[in-house]
Design a protein around this ligand. Sequence first.
Ligand SMILES: *Cc1c(COP(=O)(O)O)cnc(C)c1O
Length: 387
Amino acid sequence: MKREWDLLHTPGPTPIPPSVERAMNQPMIGHRGQKCKELLKDIAPRLKPVFGTSGEVLVLTGSGTSALEAAVVNTTQPGDEVIVVVAGAFGDRFAQICETYELNVHRIDVEWGKAVTVEQVESVLQSAEEPKAVFLTHCETSTGVMHPVEKVAERVKQLSDSLVIVDGVSSIGGAKIDMDRSGIDLVVSGSQKAMMLPPGLAFVAVGDQAWEAINQNERPRFYLDLKTYNKRLSEGQTPFTPALSLLFGLDEVLRLMEEEGLEQVFERHQTMKAMTRAAAEAMNLPLLVSEEDASSTVTSIKPTTFDAEELRKTANEEFGLILAGGQKHMKGEIFRIGHMGYSRPADVLRYISILEVILKRLGHPFESGKGSAAVQEAYLNGIKELK
Ligand SMILES: *Cc1c(COP(=O)(O)O)cnc(C)c1O
């Protein structure tokens, strides 16, 4: 039996609300029956505000990467020129998918821990001949940077006909995105991060210009053909057997978000970000990302006086607090705290207090109690600002 008291604070998978777990335990239904049709028809319009769009949000069975791949294969053909922002492991994954599908890829390499600027995208866009799409990550989970995707999209749209395609796997459901207003054409996401579900569902939100590209695109595709998903959705169906239990859960996730209010959901994430960062500063823990570039769903810390892996090991073994390490060249250099989805200020108060104990043990220099004082103050200030 697994420990049931773990405090899971990785940036995905994330904890599941009890009411969502119960919803997923409902008896199985037939996927071509009336009940499934009603469920799909009920969910479809409620997903749209989460993505800030009036367009369709398609639901696929697969991990987040299947949605990234769907975005690439449906909008491009071999030889197309595309621009990919690479500022971490997930930007790199988008670029790798584009290369795998034989696109002519211009990478914009950004230092890990920094956000891309509108000017950087603008200059590559102007040097490209006929860019078909700009791919970028909303929250770069490997560093905890939130890229200014809306500003980038607005500028790209002023300068070109290029599509703007965003990986929102670790932001959607936790951070606001206004797809329609900013001109973002396509946003993909997954279920196991801020969407409070187990892994297994992938989401693809598609705007009008993206549909034009998808409908004209002759590249062969089968399981990931978005045209088929869209056609079937209009009939209250999915092309293949959907992950029904996860759909039961998604229905409840959307109900929870509606009950709290989407704006409040996003503000709660901002509060958790402010609390975590204030406590880190008070405990002399170097933050990898500047305040301006930091994500509201994940915070990275780059310790200099102790080993990040040793901290993670103690947190896990003694307290059941599960944190993430660094990826690729940042392995061992940073640790990452996920504060997204079914995560609340009460959880932040708890993990900061645990970190204080461990930091003392590791001999990290800071004044006892400073982290706890700062996290409480940040919470109280956050609440004041909201009033
Ligand atoms: C987690 C994540 C992915 C990959 O999702 P999988 O479900 O592991 O395939 C892609 N992009 C970002 C930004 C992520 O955080």
